[in-house]
Design a protein around this ligand. Structure first.
Ligand SMILES: Nc1ncnc2c1ncn2[C@@H]1O[C@H](COP(=O)(O)OP(=O)(O)O)[C@@H](O)[C@H]1O
Ligand SMILES: [Mg+2]
Length: 303
């Protein structure tokens, strides 16, 4: 399954891609008309990268999200919004099998990645996480030098040209100019915003296909937040990004499409679970949503 993708990459002549087992993705059409000045998609449906079908995730048998179906497109920023506890983190963790690391978690339904079942028995979760990187709320650099943080993934994977990869990843993460003279200093000496961009550099150093970000800026000041947002808009040219944010302005500023989830209560009010209310173009979600519950949330009536 996931290995087949690598074979395809090899066949299509992407030697570097084959070496790192990254699928060869044709993004040649991804920058065509239909984007506005912020590169936002309007009315254009790009290639589907993830297809969720009736996805339910439970912890210890209790559903945390129920029946989520949605398609996530390539080279877009997809935002997941909704009140605390509605299952945003649970949902984003499904996309690279991070829920596997939680012993009580179980997943039903389907999560297709490039048409392949991510939860198929033959799929290697380590391979999955190599393709689908993740950045967390709190910057989590390793207690190592800036260089070694970014070189970590490429070294583990035995990739060549590690120095060049480190430099390229730091450039892409808009960090190179700030750190080029201190690559051998400990990453803990960086500011929070720099550490988060370092974590993004670390994620992209292995040439992933997708970057998942769970509230990547919520621990940062507004200037660092702006830098991360600008960076996301640049990165989506090359990667597909899914971001969880509790900051609605942020979702409105950066994302192409937005999914709104709520906490649903059973009639007895004994059980609660997250449910997808609406998933559409971000502009529509924020200006003309189809569902009253979305409207109440984005206009701040509830939340
Ligand atoms: N590791 C876990 N073990 C048990 N329950 C969890 C775990 N993580 C999340 N939950 C529960 O799942 C629900 C959704 O949580 P989460 O996905 O963290 O929501 P959000 O990110 O939207 O705040 C909550 O009720 C939460 O308590
Ligand atoms: Mg969360």
């Amino acid at each position: 399954m996931l290995n087949k993708v690598a074979d395809k990459a090899r066949e299509s002549g992407g030697e570097a891609a084959a070496r790192t087992e990254i699928p060869a993705i044709d993004v040649s059409g991804a920058r065509e008309s239909g984007s506005n000045d912020r590169g936002r998609t309007s009315g254009v449906r790009r290639e589907t990268i993830f297809e969720l079908k009736d996805l339910t995730v439970s912890y210890g048998g209790k559903p945390a999200i129920k029946g989520v179906s949605m398609e996530i497109a390539e080279n877009e920023i997809t935002a997941l919004i909704g009140p605390s506890g509605c299952g945003k983190s649970t949902l984003i963790r499904c996309l690279n099998r991070m829920n596997d690391l939680i012993p009580t978690a179980s997943v039903e339904g389907q999560c297709l990645y490039h048409g392949q079942d991510l939860y198929g028995t033959e799929v290697d979760p380590v391979e999955v996480r190599k393709r689908i990187g993740m950045v967390f709320q709190k910057p989590n650099p390793f207690p190592k030098s800036i260089r070694d943080n970014v070189a970590f993934g490429p070294r583990v994977l035995g990739l060549e040209d590690v120095d060049a990869r480190v430099e390229r990843a730091l450039h892409r993460a808009a960090l190179w100019d700030e750190v080029k003279d201190r690559l051998d200093e400990n990453a803990y000496g960086m500011s929070g915003g720099q550490q988060q961009r370092l974590c993004i550099a670390r994620a992209i150093a292995v040439d992933p296909d997708v970057i998942l970000m769970d509230e990547p800026a919520s621990a940062l000041d507004p200037i660092s937040t702006g830098k991360i947002e600008d960076l996301m808009l640049e990165l989506k040219e090359e990667y597909s990004i899914v971001i969880v944010t509790h900051n609605m302005q942020q979702a409105a500023r950066v994302s192409d499409r937005t999914a709104f989830l709520i906490v649903e209560l059973s009639a007895s009010e004994k059980e609660r679970w997250g449910q997808l209310v609406e998933f559409d173009e971000t502009e529509k979600i924020f200006t003309n949503p189809s569902d009253k519950r979305t409207e109440d949330y984005v206009t701040g009536k509830v939340g």
